[in-house]
Design a protein around this ligand. Structure first.
Ligand SMILES: CC(C)(COP(=O)(O)OP(=O)(O)OC[C@H]1O[C@@H](n2cnc3c(N)ncnc32)[C@H](O)[C@@H]1OP(=O)(O)O)[C@@H](O)C(=O)NCCC(=O)NCCS
Length: 437
């Protein structure tokens, strides 16, 4: 079996690389980073250096929200006191005595973190901005006091960040009736990243990130990481696995483009990862497709206007507002500066086949790779939904599909039966293309 957790190594930041470092500063200014620190990292010697590094980030105008874990301390206190616990990380049923310990160590760690920031002249507060709710019963198992995030007062966190204060988020929170729940800190951090639209979600743990054999996975697109997990999940260190899964959730939500998993025991790991071109951790990125998202009902008017424009040019088939609204979940849009510049839809046409339809890029943006990105995105979605073939029909853009997107022209009769009947009825005589997924 592959060795997944090699010894940590010492990393040092090169002072001579100051010019390179300064390049990043304007890039990161006013952005929000969610930093999630495992309890085991808080307990290690490097913790005070991490606090110094976070103070440096703050001084550069970067907003930081700190989430902390308590698993290590729960385990240690349970051993010292001889208390039997039902869960360490908030992912299993949490009984009353485990919750009692969680409450105690969480309060103690919050104080430790706030005190550590105070020694660096950084203001921080532990807030009750997170409202919890129960995990409930899953597959017949009652998760007791295990909780998940119900709601976060993001405006409170935003106000604190505007005042230069670091919010410190506890993995123990109450519901609206004041009942306490233990929340897993990895998923809590991912929820924070999505809610605040953080540009980075950073997990600090006691491993070197995602390992591929003896090699650390340095920078990976989201899809590759999902594939790696599919093929090698049992080989991945459970601490890393939980973080990778939460990072995937956050990146897929579309508001956070990058997640990092780094070894909190390494000196200057945070600054090295952020300001050194190579970095020292595993980075998962979703940048390439970050601007593409599933359409929501609020997009209907813009989609209608865009596609109507193309209908006039006889590129696309007319679809009414009502029709678009009814099928809104099959549309994907490309968003730039809060307005839509491209649209595409993915439809199930039976026999294990899908159709890429309604592809339209606003003329002003033609030739910038947007159309191709939309097609690649739809291929990826179709593949993940198990379709075998992706069809597309076009009256005017044949070379785009064949030359740029790898489709092959086929006879219309090759379409699945029902779709072929519709094709004949439409009398558009579009060319038919197929891509084997
Ligand atoms: C077809 C369309 C989606 C292409 O969008 P785009 O963002 O301009 O395309 P890209 O920039 O991603 O182009 C990728 C490549 O395809 C080529 N290409 C784009 N449109 C092309 C066309 N109509 N014919 C031939 N090649 C084309 C580009 O030159 C580019 O080539 P390169 O990779 O060698 O540089 C866009 O022109 C459009 O919205 N057309 C009207 C609607 C339509 O016809 N939809 C298709 C039917 S569903």
């Amino acid at each position: 079996m592959d060795k997944l957790i090699p010894e940590p190594r010492k990393v040092t930041l090169k002072a001579s690389d100051l010019r390179g470092i300064l390049e990043y500063v304007p890039l990161y200014q006013n952005q929000t980073f969610i930093i999630s620190i495992d309890g085991s990292v808080i307990a290690c010697d490097n913790f005070s250096d991490i606090i110094t590094d976070i103070a440096v980030l703050r001084s550069l105008g970067i907003n930081v929200v700190l989430v902390y874990g308590i698993g290590y301390q729960i385990q240690r206190e349970a051993a010292v006191r001889g208390v039997k616990i039902s869960d360490v990380h908030g992912t299993n049923p949490v009984d009353d005595s485990t919750l009692e310990l969680a409450k105690e160590v969480s309060a103690w760690l919050a104080q430790t973190i706030i005190d550590a920031f105070a020694t660096r002249n950084v203001n921080s507060v532990c807030t009750n901005a997170v409202r919890a709710t129960e995990v409930g019963i899953i597959s017949g198992v009652d998760y007791l006091n295990a909780g998940r995030v119900e709601k976060v007062e993001f405006s409170v966190l935003g106000n604190l960040l505007n005042m230069g204060i670091i919010p410190v988020i506890s993995p123990v929170a109450v519901n609206s009736q004041g009942r306490l729940y233990r929340i897993n800190s990895d998923s809590l951090a991912a929820d924070m990243a999505t809610g605040l639209g953080a540009s980075k979600l950073i997990y600090m743990t006691e491993t070197r990130g995602l390992m591929l054999g003896d090699e650390r996975a340095v920078a990976f697109p989201l899809d590759d990481v999902k594939r790696i997990l599919k093929e090698r999940e049992p080989l991945v260190d459970p601490r890393v696995l939980s973080k990778v899964k939460c990072a995937i959730t956050a990146l897929e939500a579309g508001r956070t483009p990058r997640a990092h998993i780094l070894d909190g025991r390494d000196f200057a790991c945070l600054l090295t990862e952020l300001f050194d071109k190579v970095g020292c951790a595993t980075m998962i990125y979703a940048d390439e497709y970050q601007k593409i998202r599933r359409a929501v009902s609020g997009d209907v008017p813009q989609i209608f206007n865009m596609t109507s424009l193309s209908v006039k040019m006889q590129n696309l088939v007319y679809r009414s507002r009502e029709e678009i609204a009814k099928n809104i979940s099959s549309y994907f849009v490309y968003e730039m500066d809060a307005s839509l510049i491209a649209v595409v839809s993915l439809q199930d046409i039976g026999d294990g086949c899908a159709e890429l339809a309604s592809l339209f890029v606003l003329p002003f943006y033609h030739g910038n790779g947007v159309g191709k990105k939309m097609v690649e995105y739809v291929k990826m979605k179709a593949r993940s939904r198990g379709f075998k073939k992706l069809y597309s029909l076009s009256t005017k853009s044949a070379p785009f599909f064949t030359n740029a997107c790898g489709f092959t022209e086929v006879l219309p009769e090759e379409l699945p039966k029902k779709r072929y009947e519709k094709y004949v009825k439409s009398r558009r005589h579009s060319k038919v293309f197929v891509f084997n997924l």
